[in-house]
Design a protein around this ligand. Structure first.
Ligand code: NDP
Length: 283
């Protein structure tokens, strides 16, 4: 039986620490860290994510602003808003909630966010700096995974690490962070031949594919650490991961549940990035 990694509890601990550090920073400098989130259109899932981000900011004493723009917003209007926020000294982090409605160019929007306010770490400058191992911000989900491993005392150095999924926001940066931590890293994707043969080699298995309960216990090495990034909505409305918890849990040594595993760490790392951006703004 695996030990559960309590992402919710760990996130609460880290957030309390962020709140303390933000208060100390504000007392020293008079600067309150601030995050602005732009949401375009009325995607219900995005609205929930944005509400959660605002609440998380308020809970740690940050300034927070949500800019709601209508679904028919044009690129010049959206870029104009980013330009305004770029020059707003209360705002240290700018986040544009993705996906954007059709017709808006996500790449151009990400490129318009100044790298020093890019707390999602999606800008090409920040992406490149992650590759070099010289970064201010890390993408929130992979950074949250590393924080969970660190909290659980998992030493990545020398371990066989397998990341399933190669998206720009999760899989690729996750692999890079494990590599920086001296793991021996393999990245799998939809064209990987004999996926189970690769996943069974993993001491640390991180799964981010977006397919409910896809990785089963027989694909896991006994005693492996299993991190499930997936968030899939079942027909009955329940949230489930990419790992089949029922068959994986008896095989793994440590495992994240869904919900309550990686999810709560993602917003926590956004708060951490916003604090970092605020600190850098006064340097
Ligand atoms: P993407 O859809 O962008 O990427 C999915 C990746 O999985 C692709 O690289 C794809 O391969 C790979 N893949 C798909 N099917 C298979 C398969 N059968 N075998 C092996 N690899 C496969 O997803 P994201 O990275 O954005 O998200 C992944 C999951 O993580 C989703 O469930 C998402 O909801 C969740 N998520 C959770 C977050 C959190 O805070 N917990 C944050 C972000 C995402 P290929 O490149 O070949 O197509």
């Amino acid at each position: 039986m695996a030990k559960l990694i309590d992402g919710k509890g760990i996130a609460a601990e880290v957030r309390a620490d962020i709140k303390k550090r933000a208060a100390e920073f504000a007392a020293e400098t008079g600067v309150t860290p601030g995050l602005a989130v732009i949401i375009v259109g009325d995607n219900p899932a995005s609205q929930v994510y944005v509400r959660n981000k605002k609440k998380a900011c308020e809970d740690v004493g940050f300034y927070s602003e949500v800019i709601e723009m209508s679904g028919d917003t044009t690129m010049p209007e959206l870029l104009g808003k980013i330009e305004e926020l770029k020059n707003d000294s209360r705002v240290h982090g700018i986040l544009v909630q993705l996906p954007l409605p059709k017709g808006l160019d996500e790449d151009a929007v990400i490129a318009a966010i100044p790298p020093e306010k890019d707390v999602d770490a999606f800008h090409v400058v920040n992406t490149g700096r992650i590759m070099l191992g010289d970064f201010d911000f890390l993408p929130c989900t992979p950074a949250g995974v590393m924080k969970l491993l660190e909290h659980e005392g998992v030493d990545v150095s020398g371990k066989e690490c397998v990341v399933v999924g190669r998206s720009n926001i999760v899989g690729k940066p996750q692999a890079m962070l494990l590599l920086h931590a001296n793991g021996t890293v393999t990245i799998c994707h939809s064209r990987t031949k004999d996926l189970a043969e690769v996943t069974r080699r993993a001491d640390i298995l991180v799964v981010a594919i977006g397919k409910a309960d896809f990785i089963t216990g027989d694909m896991i090495k006994p005693g492996a650490v299993v991190i499930d990034v997936g968030m899939n909505r079942r027909e009955d409305g329940k949230l489930t991961g990419d790992v089949d918890f029922a068959t994986a849990e008896p095989v793994a040594s440590l495992i994240t549940p869904v919900p309550g595993g990686v999810g709560p760490m993602t917003i926590t790392m956004l708060l951490e990035n916003t604090l970092t951006a605020a600190k850098r703004s006064v340097k």
